[in-house]
Design a protein around this ligand. Structure first.
Ligand SMILES: [Mn+2]
Length: 334
């Protein structure tokens, strides 16, 4: 079978044909990444898989720095995509997003972004522009949509789909940069100092590996903060990538949101009936939500990690129910 990826718009990519090997939330875990990548190429060589799909959160390892392979994973994916542009399909996750905007990401006491920023070094531009290029949703001929976080009400809002389809991070950042006039700049820096209780200089150095006031990236944290503060476009993206699913909307409410999002994504395309996403911890390697969503956990969000799964999806299969997908889950840890 020949494999085709057709780009309908920049941020919503349609996979018409072929078998997708899907993993999610590898979070800098090189061992998991290597096992999945190698399994994909084994299957691909046997003509059993066509695409390696990584559904976001490739980066940010929650353990010792020497075991954090976030940058290695991203560089390997970029290299593979250069070698096989049609075969490697990555989606943006909420952990990649802050590095496009030079903003921070924190969960409880865990501060995710500074280590990755420091390890970017000479690869910064290559990696950040890779993140900038990533789509948010993949629609398939099988009627299964793939994304990082799950369903959100944002996409069903008026023009939500259109705004997300043509989303440009750089135009948001450009507008913010223009709005930071020499008059405004000092007061903004003072506001950030008050907010974080540290000087702007200290934060730029420690969080974003900026060398000093002469560094061309010195204002990036400021600009990113402006771009991401009470901006309706950024809020739309944030809602899409940070949805807490049924934990946010309740199980019944989430079902309504989920069905509405799939209906919106079906506009001018095959009817999208099911959703596959990661983002949230599960017991084992997957969970079925509301008989419509398969929550996949390939490493970090699986419990235990070794219960993690990949999903092999034939994008032309006629699925009767979401449980048909569970027959196509596999493990690289056993
Ligand atoms: Mn995650």
């Amino acid at each position: 079978m020949s494999a085709t990826v057709k780009t309908e718009t920049k941020r919503i990519v349609d996979i018409e044909e072929g078998r997708a090997f899907i993993v999610t939330d590898l979070h800098g875990d090189w061992d998991a990444y290597r096992r999945y990548r190698d399994r994909f190429f084994e299957l691909e060589a046997k003509n059993q898989a066509d695409f390696f799909c990584v559904l976001g959160d490739m980066i940010h390892y929650s353990g010792p720095e020497e075991q954090d392979a976030s940058v290695d994973i991203v560089l390997d994916l970029i290299k593979l995509k250069e070698q096989h542009p049609e075969k490697i399909v990555c989606v943006l996750g909420n952990h990649e997003l802050p590095h496009i905007y030079s903003i921070t990401l924190q969960k409880g006491n865990e501060f995710f972004t500074p280590r990755f920023e420091k390890s970017l070094g000479e690869n910064r531009e290559k990696i950040v522009s890779f993140f900038d290029s990533l789509p948010f949703y993949l629609r398939t001929g099988a009627g299964v949509t793939l994304c990082h976080a799950g369903a959100t009400a944002a996409i069903s809002q008026k023009e939500g789909l259109e705004r997300l389809s043509h989303f440009s991070h750089q135009s948001l950042l450009e507008k913010a940069r223009e709005s930071v006039t020499p008059d405004e700049r000092p007061s903004l820096m003072r506001a950030m100092r008050k907010l974080h209780n540290r000087t702007y200089n200290e934060m730029a150095r420690n969080y974003f590996d900026v060398s000093g006031v002469e560094d061309p990236r010195y204002d990036d944290f400021l600009v990113g903060t402006v771009a991401s503060s009470s901006n309706p476009d950024f809020n739309l993206l944030w809602d899409a990538l940070f949805t807490r699913n049924e934990k946010e909307y309740g199980r019944q409410g989430y079902k309504v949101i989920l069905e509405s999002m799939l209906l919106t994504l079906s506009k001018e395309y095959n009817h999208q009936r099911f959703l596959v996403s990661g983002h949230i911890n599960v017991r084992g390697g997957y969970e079925i939500i509301n008989n419509i969503q398969l929550r996949l956990a390939s490493a970090k969000h699986a419990s235990p990690r070794e219960a993690g799964n990949y999903l092999l999806l034939d994008t032309q299969e006629n699925l009767k129910s979401i449980s048909d997908l569970t027959k196509n889950l596999g493990s690289v840890f056993s």
